[in-house]
Design a protein around this ligand. Structure first.
Ligand code: 5RP
Length: 225
């Protein structure tokens, strides 16, 4: 990853962390850009900010603990705001799940009153066309792949790195990366994917984002959706 991209991610993450208000509950997203937000939030907690975090993954929980952000859960709190990354953004709609955390991310991000999405310039597109990660129950892998093929998608079981075999999510499931080419109707595809038996969650986040914090090497652009 180039230095400019690292700087852009840091700017985006820190920008969203600055928008968090005192006395609130914050959904803590997953990925390298959200990690910058979590670290900045930790600095603000050290300086006296009173917030509680709800992590979206093992990784986010570990980072939040390192940053000494007090944690809570959806059982007892509702996030006022969530900060999360994305793999692609087009017209305010998102593809997420590059870190295979999209099931919990979707639960926390949609529960939040507001979702701030933090991205670098490589994530912005005119039309969503990246593969859509689909978390599936292990026993449903083949029928889900057949159903996705029926929707026009090519599936690829996500392989683990430094482990033989597939990625296993924080929830004990598998991930099919499903390539559809340009997605002209994200809402329709989201509904179709969600209705396949055995699908736990897919990475299309339609009408969930409220604000995009797009970092660049020079600054940050904040846009309402
Ligand atoms: C994890 C995600 C991440 O937010 C997404 O992959 C972006 O990650 P990064 O900020 O590292 O590019 O959806 O499931």
């Amino acid at each position: 990853m180039g230095e400019d991209i690292t700087v852009a991610k840091r700017r985006a993450g820190r920008s969203a962390a600055e928008a968090v208000e005192d006395g609130t509950v914050v959904g803590l997203g997953t990925g390298s850009t959200a990690a910058h937000a979590i670290r900045r939030l930790g600095e603000r907690v050290d300086a006296g900010l009173d917030v509680e975090g709800i992590p979206t993954s093992f990784q986010a929980r570990e980072l939040a603990r390192e940053a000494t952000i007090p944690l809570t859960s959806l059982d007892v709190a509702t996030p006022d705001v969530a900060i999360d990354g994305a793999d692609q953004v087009a017209d305010g709609q998102l593809i997420k799940g590059g870190g295979a955390a999209h099931a919990r991310e979707k639960i926390v991000d949609t529960a939040a009153d507001r979702l701030l999405v933090v991205v670098d310039p490589r994530k912005e597109a005119e039309v969503l066309d990246e593969p859509v990660p689909v978390e599936v129950l292990p026993s449903a892998r083949s029928p889900v792949a057949d159903a996705v093929a029926g929707l026009g998608g090519d599936t690829d079981l996500r392989a683990a790195r430094r482990k033989d075999g597939p990625v296993v999510t924080d929830n004990g499931n598998l991930v099919l990366d499903c390539a559809f080419g340009p997605i002209e109707n994200p809402e329709g595809l989201a509904g179709s994917l969600a209705s396949i038996p055995g699908v736990v969650a897919h990475g299309l986040f339609v009408d969930v984002a409220d604000e995009i914090h797009a970092g660049t090497a020079d600054g940050v652009e904040v846009r309402s959706v």
